[in-house]
Design a protein around this ligand. Structure first.
Ligand code: CO
Length: 135
């Protein structure tokens, strides 16, 4: 079941400049950075009550974010909803005809398991589902 808006992700061509923009110009404190090998992304997180802004940049110039930046430049990349059971939500949405970019959930930042709905089925909006590790 989807429980909350986990983050809004913005693809940025210059990660350092974007981190300065959010922390210094917009005044939102940087929580941390993480390179996610499985997604080929270098990320930075800015918590704001109830959710976070996530800046995403290609790790070593490779992967899907590199392609996105090539064709579109920077921009709003995806929304992420937290779920308490990603396998159940994927199965339910597949049964409704939705497609995912991967057959199964894959490793995301913060040890989460994530999956992306194909944007063709969601009015062009890339939607990520994320199940956080359970304590
Ligand atoms: Co994300």
């Amino acid at each position: 079941m989807i429980t909350r808006l986990d983050h809004v992700a913005i693809a940025v061509p210059d990660l350092e400049a974007a981190i300065r923009r959010f922390s210094e110009d917009l005044g939102i404190a940087l929580e941390g950075r993480e390179d996610v090998e499985a997604a080929s992304t270098s990320t930075a997180f800015f918590p704001i009550p109830g959710t976070r802004i996530e800046l995403v940049h290609p790790l070593r110039g490779q992967g899907p974010i590199a392609k996105y930046l090539e064709t579109k430049g920077g921009g709003m990349h995806h929304l992420c909803f937290e779920t308490d059971d990603i396998d159940a939500d994927m199965a339910r949405l597949k049964s409704l005809g939705y497609r995912f970019l991967s057959e199964k959930a894959t490793p995301g930042a913060h040890g989460a398991r994530v999956a992306f709905l194909h944007p063709k089925g969601t009015d062009g909006v890339l939607i990520e589902l994320s199940e956080h590790p359970h304590a």
